[in-house]
Design a protein around this ligand. Structure first.
Ligand SMILES: [Zn+2]
Length: 358
């Protein structure tokens, strides 16, 4: 008996002064701010295009941590953007078309609802309508992605503090005759429908800068995505308890659906330059986790050789729809290391959740 006690004491003493730390026990740093960037329809070939068709080095190459996700939904091997975004926003797999609801159409809590309870501020930016599938999953719950008016009606009373995108018609030219711009002001929002300009005195800020979608990058959108992201960061980073923000490069996917390589590549390069601006902020800030991924690949896009000429790339497509290919995940900042490996799309939510500060 005495021997056992002595041995235990000896072992404990040894452990306390010579503790072997396994990777599982290593304390993962927790970020104050989290920025999730979704390049809709962005697979590995799309990302590689930035290296071959960009004029400057791709910002994707700046990430120290990479992973891969399987993007299937609960209903289909090949996901759509609604089920894909619900996986990221709420941590569950659901049916294609679902906005923040599970397979039984029951509402599931999203990341914005979760982090706002912790005092974090929240932002959403997209080059589509703000009611489009990807951004919608971060503030709305709907049986179908097609119910734009129903989705729009949930934005004024949501926990969102900043948003920028298009979709004005779903707020002020509605079939039900309501003007939701009034609902915004009742809920502390200042809305700008003309230009992206700071509103320092606004309690909450929203920008609805086009009726349906923002213009294509090729057709004069300018630096909207980058400028809106930086405006959001400037506002939200003033919050003592940090912020969560989702930035979507929405139209990379549309270039894929159209099998239009110049459209796709110009949208990808626009997203890439936004990633650069966000990484510049994160590097200076030091307390921000940046995670970049995609909901799925679109177009079965590949950078094939132009015939037998191995020094010439002929971007090609194999479908007008989405594909089931795994898509990459890139992470930078406190907690980034847990995003390496191969896992399901819904794990993105759970990984972010484990990094939320108490
Ligand atoms: Zn799509």
């Amino acid at each position: 008996m005495k021997k056992t006690v002595l041995l235990t004491v000896a072992v404990l003493a040894l452990l306390s002064c010579n503790k072997i730390v396994t990777p599982e026990e290593t304390e993962v740093k927790k970020p104050k701010n989290i920025i999730l960037m979704i390049g809709d329809g962005t697979g590995l070939s799309q990302i590689s295009a930035a290296q071959y068709f960009g004029k400057t080095p791709s910002n994707y190459t700046r990430f120290p941590i990479t992973g891969l996700i399987n993007t299937s939904s609960e209903s289909d091997l090949i996901t759509d953007s609604a089920a894909g975004a619900t996986a990221f926003a709420s941590g569950i797999r659901t049916y294609n078309g679902a906005i923040g609801v599970d397979v039984d159409t029951t509402k599931v809590q999203n990341m914005v609802e979760l982090v706002s309870q912790k005092g974090m501020q929240t932002g959403l930016i997209a080059t589509s309508s703000i009611t489009h599938a990807t951004p919608a999953c971060f503030f709305a719950h709907s049986k179908s992605r097609d119910f734009h008016e129903e989705i729009a009606a949930q934005l004024p009373t949501s926990e969102i503090n900043f948003f920028a995108g298009a979709g004005l018609q779903y707020f002020n030219k509605r079939e039900d005759g309501k003007n939701l711009l009034d609902d915004f002001s009742e809920n502390g929002f200042s809305i700008d429908t003309l230009k992206l300009e700071a509103m320092p005195n606004a309690k909450k800020a929203g920008y609805l800068l086009a009726d349906k979608s923002m213009p294509k990058a090729m057709e004069g959108r300018g630096n909207f995505l980058k400028d809106a992201s930086l405006l959001a960061v400037q506002r939200l980073s003033q919050n003592e308890k940090g912020f969560f923000m989702m930035v979507e490069g929405s139209q990379i996917d549309w270039g894929g659906h159209d099998n239009d390589a110049p459209y796709l590549i110009s949208e990808l390069l626009d997203f890439d330059s936004t990633i650069g601006a966000i990484l510049d902020f994160a590097e200076k800030n030091g307390e921000t986790l940046v995670v970049v991924t995609a909901d799925h690949e679109t177009g079965g896009f590949t950078l094939a050789s132009d015939g037998d000429d191995y020094n010439s790339i002929q971007p090609t497509f194999s479908t007008h729809g989405h594909s089931a290919t795994m898509v990459p995940v890139f992470a930078y900042g406190p907690g980034a290391e847990i995003f390496s490996g191969i896992y399901k799309n819904s794990e993105i939510f759970h990984k972010i959740k484990t990094l939320l500060q108490e």
